[in-house]
Design a protein around this ligand. Structure first.
Ligand code: SF4
Ligand code: SF4
Length: 326
């Protein structure tokens, strides 16, 4: 099912849907685009937020459960997930969510992630102007979404072309039909033209074959000397998902899950320290994970070409040439 939503009616649609869902949408905060819990703020749809929407499926910090001790016996309280509509998920981030789904569905399944995922209705937004550092088209993860969404939006001159394939997406279009107009053939033709232009925009060509070759040949110790071990590249990555578990409080307290990263020297520390002793070894592992280990386990690459890691890295303008600075 396909329809046209005039731009001036987008906020009315989201306001109506906020009766059923917590709406997560991109807005501008002090000049930076961020996904937030939306309650009518002006939407910011021109750039993909630096912190990916996966933050709402795997938060940086979450309480897994509370433990309460009474007369020597423990009882446990688990937080409940709520239905969320995540608006403006770019195709690269949609692919990242498929990767996380496969990782967290594998045995043993991660119930907290899967519960949030089950309750998340994803509204994708096609990318018409991929950012300079994006290389989704080389990895076939953008700029156009083809599956996995409840609704797909493409911004045209006259409004948003809205496509629904899932039963829930179709019912949203039907239940709010007073807000939508009929999509004409010319609107679909405009979308095809815009997507063709987006695909053909000059962006870094980074095929997985090239990246794998660069991983084999890189001088990891030289690259590691420039890395500041800040972990920024992993905390903005929509696919990175490592975490640490801590119990806070005795005898009552909370079990916390906090994001962690293999680029930090304290990661998986054992009695003898981190088995990957140098920053070069840790960086090597990060790239191997994305292009070899995650694909072996999930059938999908562990990188979707969103370019966020290059955007935040202090150590170099581009994470993907894998050439050490002189
Ligand atoms: S590794 Fe970098 S480019 Fe690839 S998905 Fe993560 S942040 Fe995006
Ligand atoms: S963002 Fe750059 S400097 Fe920071 S850990 Fe990643 S590679 Fe190192």
């Amino acid at each position: 099912m396909i329809a046209l939503l005039p731009k001036s009616r987008l906020e009315s649609l989201l306001t109506r849907l906020s009766d059923r869902f917590e709406i997560i949408a991109p807005v501008s905060i002090e000049g930076e685009t961020c996904f937030v819990s939306w309650s009518g703020q002006p939407l910011a749809l021109t750039e993909n937020p630096l912190i990916p929407p996966t933050e709402f499926l795997l938060p940086n910090r979450e309480v897994l459960f509370k433990y309460i001790q009474e007369s020597g016996r423990y009882t446990f309280e688990q937080p409940t997930a709520k239905p969320r509509l995540i608006f403006g998920v770019r195709p690269c981030d949609l692919r990242a969510i498929f990767v996380l789904d496969r990782i967290f569905r594998a045995d043993p399944p991660d119930h907290q992630y899967l519960e949030r995922r089950k309750l998340a209705f994803l509204v994708a937004l096609n990318c018409l102007q991929p950012a300079e550092q994006c290389f989704c088209s080389s990895l076939d993860s953008g700029p156009e979404a083809s599956e996995g969404f409840g609704l797909l939006f493409t911004e045209l001159e006259d409004g948003f072309l809205v496509e629904a394939v899932s039963p829930e997406g179709i019912s949203i279009l039907k239940d709010n039909s007073d807000l939508f107009l009929k999509a004409e053939d010319e609107h679909e033709a405009e979308k095809r033209k815009l997507m063709k232009t987006a695909r053909e925009m000059k962006r870094p060509e980074r095929t997985q074959e090239r990246i794998k070759e660069a991983i084999k040949n890189a001088d990891w110790e030289a690259l590691g000397r420039h890395c500041l071990s800040c972990g920024g590249c992993t905390f903005v990555c929509p696919v990175c998902h490592c975490f640490n578990i801590q119990d806070l409080g005795v005898p009552d307290g909370e079990r916390l899950r906090c994001r962690d990263t293999c680029l930090l020297s304290g990661f998986t520390r054992m009695a003898g320290g981190n088995p990957r002793r140098t920053q070069g070894e840790r960086m090597h592992n990060w790239y191997m994970d994305k292009f070899f280990f995650i694909p072996e386990n999930t059938g999908l690459l562990g990188c979707v070409g969103c370019g966020r890691c290059s955007k935040v890295c202090f150590a170099g303008k581009d994470r993907w040439t894998l050439e050490a600075r002189k």
